[in-house]
Each structure stands twice: as C-alpha cells, then as structure tokens.
Design a protein around this ligand. Structure first.
Ligand code: FAD
Length: 487
C-alpha cells in the first residue's frame, strides 16, 4: 500500500517541507537540530448560508489565512435578480446559479445549522441528504444525520424566509420565487395551465380562470415577474396557442396605494402606464384574504372584490420573515451574558458597523446592545446594523460580505473602518425591452434603462462561465424563442 499524500497547508508552502520533515531527517539529526517550526494552525472560519452574503464572504476570505468552511442546505448560490427570467424560460436555470463546491473550500456541508453553542464554539447541524429545499415554505426538507462543527470565527448569513402573514391557503397553494426550484415549479405550472386550457374538454369559464395569472406584491420582484410572463405570452405562447389567447390576463395585487414604492412617482407612473399598454392589470389597495383550491384552479378571496377570483397560479412575492434559526438564536440565553440583540421591528440580529454580533442585557427586557459577542459576525438579510437600517437587498448583503471578509483577511482586531453602503441604485424590468433605473446621480427609463439592466446583471454575475452563458441564452431566446418544454 502507498502512504496517502500529506495535504500541505497552503501557509507553509514557502518552507516547502514543514509537514514532511520528521520523515526526511534521521533521529540523530532530529535531536541535534530542530526542523523548521510547525506552521501555525489556520483559523477556522465557518460561514452559515450560501446566498448573496455567505457566498461572497466565502469567495473573498483568504484561503492562505483561513480554513474556510461553508454550511448551507443548498449546494449552490442563486443570482436572484435573474430568477424571474428563468421562471419563464428566457434564461436556463443553470445560468442563475453557481455551485458552491467550485469555490474549492476546505469543507462544505450541505446541511442546516439547528443550534449554536457560542461558549464552546460548536454548531449543531443536520444534513440535507435529499439535497432539495422546499419551494413553498423554504423550510429545508431535512431529516438527515446530525453532527457538530467547530469554529474559531463564525459568520451567520442565513437570510430570511417568505412571510405569508398567516393568510389562509398561501403556504399551501401560492408559488414563491426564491430559488431555482421555485422558478422551475412556476414554469411548469404556467405551461400546464396553457395545455389544460387548450383541451377541447375545458369550458370557457375554466379557461378564463386557468389563464388568469395573479401576482401578489408590487415590489420589483412581482413587477419583473409580471413583465417576464407578459413577454413569454406575447412573444412565444401567443403563436402556439392562438385560440385561447383572449382568455389570458395578468393581475398584480398590492395592498399599498402604489407599486414600486422605492422609485420616484414619475418612474412608478411610467411603469404603471407601460403595464396598462401591455394589458397587465395593477390593482393597488387590494387585500388578499384567502386562497383555496377548486379542482384544477385556485380561488382567491379579495376584500375589495364582490366575488371570488379564479386563477391558474398565484405568485407570492411580498414580505420577509426571520429565518427560524435567527428566531431561536435571539431568544437563547448565552452563558449568563444575555441574549443576542434583536431589532424590534424585523426581529433580525443586531450588529455594530463592523458586522460584529451584539448582545443585550440578560433580563431580555431591553433590546439595547450592550457588548460584542467575540468572533461572531452576521451579514445580509438576517441582520440590522445598529443605527443604519439598510434595505434587504443583494447589493447590501454582498457589500457587507466583501467588507467583512477583507477586514478579516487584514488581521483581526484591526477593523480599519466601519461598513458603509455604496448604493448603485434600483432597476426594474417592465417587459418589451423596457426598464426603469434610479440612482442618486440619475434616472433612466425605456430601452436605455433596459440596456443598463442587462449590462448590470451580466457584469455582476459571479463566474466567467455565467458571464458567457447568460448572453448566449439571451441570443438563443431571441432567435429561437423560449424553452417551453414540460419536463
Ligand atoms: P439569501 O440569499 O436568502 O441566502 C441565505 C442562505 O442561507 C441560503 O443559501 C439558505 O439556503 C441558507 N440557510 C438558510 N437557513 C440556514 C441554516 N439554518 N443553516 C445554514 N444555512 C442556511 N436584491 C437586489 O439588490 N437586486 C435585485 O434585483 C434583487 N432581485 C431579487 C429577485 C428575487 C426573485 C428575490 C427573491 C430577491 C431579490 N433581491 C434583489 C433580494 C436579494 O436576493 C436578497 O436581499 C439577498 O438574497 C439576501 O442575501 P442573504 O445572503 O442575506 O440571504
């Protein structure tokens, strides 16, 4: 048998043989002249989550300085701004994901952290052996082996879950759009609705219900999904199902008085006008109170409508709630030192401007941060930075991750400056090659904004592979149409 090769610690590579010296030197030599000093053990940084925050942190942390360990129930990173495009076949699913294992980390566990012992620096995890994540609830389907993972430093980046506000039937019947599994489910459901509506046995009344696509939430995600769906119907399905096209409707429901609240009123009005021209209905100040299944269709009870409204699919894109791990962590007493500080409105973990997790008084009555929990950091949607409420966006999450990883690379205790967010502005696609963009410096609408939208997402996509694949898929879609196969 051959002795397995010794894995050389990257930080010792310049000395060359520090791990091998006991084999190379005779016993006498050993006693007379000590070999090179053993390399210092690299600090072990464990990151929870492979989203915008966790993935960017793992990618930026120096492999020569740290042992990088990532734990996440999903084995990939999702480029969320492109999810709506994948859900209608404009882009293929793999163009919006990056496999975590390509990062070449020291360890990756496809698992979910279930509890953390901050005193002994140990995380309890449960393997996600089936590898999938529930589309509807975002609760990972995990019943795997449990084990412990030790850390020297911990980065919590577990994101948020979708909030359903306890509305009856939403969790069971609505489609969420947070991962590629969700996008695949939506694509299938749209195509199923068209095929069923086209059957000679389907009545006109049922066709009208099946081909009503309801979107709840008039933020950028809901609006972009409506726009992408309109493009799919207009550019591809209209030619294939000409006989049932008149039955198609898309409605965006929102409880607020206007959609896209983060845009100035002129741009939001432009978006509403474009939607009107495209035949997409925008119903603001409308409250969905129940969804129930009725045979092949869904029935929506909306407070402002006299009768229940039928729909083939309801896409839910409103509201965030804290990850159950975060909910549990902020309520756990830490070794007589108090609990993690919690933002009262969002329930998120409070950090200081160096992304260090803060503690609150042991009595738990006050939420005020009192001290820093050593070696524990948190970033992304699951946190609130003390004194600076940043929006829950990919921009914020990835910038916090890069900031934190660079500070750690520089050497601990030497945080040279606090985190500050560089706002690149907001963009939303409106369909028909039009978009809106707004930043501090300027605002754009129409085709120019659409060009900027596509360029921005292309340049921000993570790997060279996707930087090539995305424009290739855009070109294929433009020439040959979208993928509308049902499998
Ligand atoms: P997430 O990206 O949600 O990642 C959380 C990670 O933690 C996941 O990998 C999850 O599997 C993992 N995890 C969960 N529980 C555990 C656990 N117990 N243990 C270990 N791991 C766990 N933002 C923008 O700025 N611009 C946009 O255009 C934009 N478009 C969007 C479009 C869509 C469809 C969606 C859904 C969001 C969009 N966002 C956009 C928002 C953006 O995606 C989020 O703000 C961002 O994903 C937050 O990153 P995060 O890493 O904090 O959380």
């Amino acid at each position: 048998f051959k002795t397995p090769p010794v894995r050389r610690n990257a930080s010792t590579s310049t000395s060359g043989n520090s791990l091998a010296w006991p084999h190379n030197l005779s016993k006498t030599n050993c006693l007379l002249t000590p070999g090179p000093a053993a390399a210092p053990r690299k600090e072990r940084v464990v990151i929870l989550g492979s989203g915008w925050a966790g993935y960017a942190a793992a990618r930026t942390l120096s492999p020569s300085r740290f042992e990088r360990v990532l734990i996440s129930p999903r084995s990939h990173f999702v480029f969320t701004p492109l999810l709506a495009s994948t859900s209608v076949g404009t882009l293929e699913f793999r163009a919006a994901i990056e496999p975590v294992r390509r990062l070449g980390l020291d360890e990756f566990h496809q698992a979910r952290a279930t509890s953390i012992d901050f005193k002994n620096k140990v995380i309890r995890v449960e393997a996600n052996e089936r590898g999938d994540v529930s589309a509807a609830t975002r609760r990972p389907q995990i019943n795997g082996e449990e084990f412990d993972v030790k850390y020297d430093k911990l980065i919590i980046a577990v994101g948020c879950y979708s909030q359903t506000f306890g509305i009856e039937g939403v969790r069971e019947h609505a489609n969420f759009l947070r991962d590629v599994g969700d996008a695949r489910a939506i694509r299938l459901r749209i195509l199923d609705a068209f095929e069923t509506a086209d059957l000679p046995t389907t009545s006109d009344e049922e066709r009208r219900k099946l081909l009503h696509f309801a979107i709840v939430g008039g933020g950028p995600t809901g609006i972009e999904f409506a726009a992408e769906l309109h493009d799919l119907i207009d550019e591809d399905l209209a030619r294939m199902y000409p006989g049932i096209l008149d039955f198609c409707t898309i409605t965006v429901y929102d409880i607020a008085p206007k959609v896209l609240p983060m845009f100035d009123s002129k741009l939001a009005a432009y978006a509403t006008e474009i939607f009107k021209r495209q035949g997409i209905r925008v119903k603001t100040e409308h409250h969905l109170t129940r969804i129930r299944r009725d045979g092949r269709t869904l029935m929506l009870r909306i407070k402002e409508e006299p009768e229940e409204v039928g729909a083939g699919i309801v896409v839910w894109s409103t509201g965030l709630m804290q990850n159950p791990l975060v909910q549990q962590l902020v309520e756990t007493e830490i070794d007589g030192r108090g609990k993690l500080a919690k933002e009262p409105k969002t329930g998120g973990i409070v950090t200081n401007s160096n992304m260090q997790v803060q503690l609150r008084w042991p009595d738990g009555e006050s939420n005020d941060a009192t001290a820093t929990l050593e070696d524990v950091y948190a970033i992304g949607d699951c946190i609130s930075v003390q004194g600076s409420p940043y929006p829950a966006t990919a921009q914020v999450a990835s910038q916090q991750a890069v900031y934190l990883a660079k500070q750690l690379n520089r050497g601990m205790g030497n945080f040279s400056k606090p985190f500050s967010f560089r706002n690149w502005g907001v963009m939303t696609y409106l369909g028909g090659w039009r978009a809106i963009h707004q930043s501090k410096a300027d605002s754009l609408k129409g085709w120019a904004a659409w060009m900027l939208w596509r360029t921005a997402y292309l340049t921000r996509s993570m790997s060279v592979r996707n930087k090539i694949m995305i424009p290739v898929y855009w070109l294929i879609t433009w020439i040959f149409g979208r993928d509308i196969s049902r499998f």
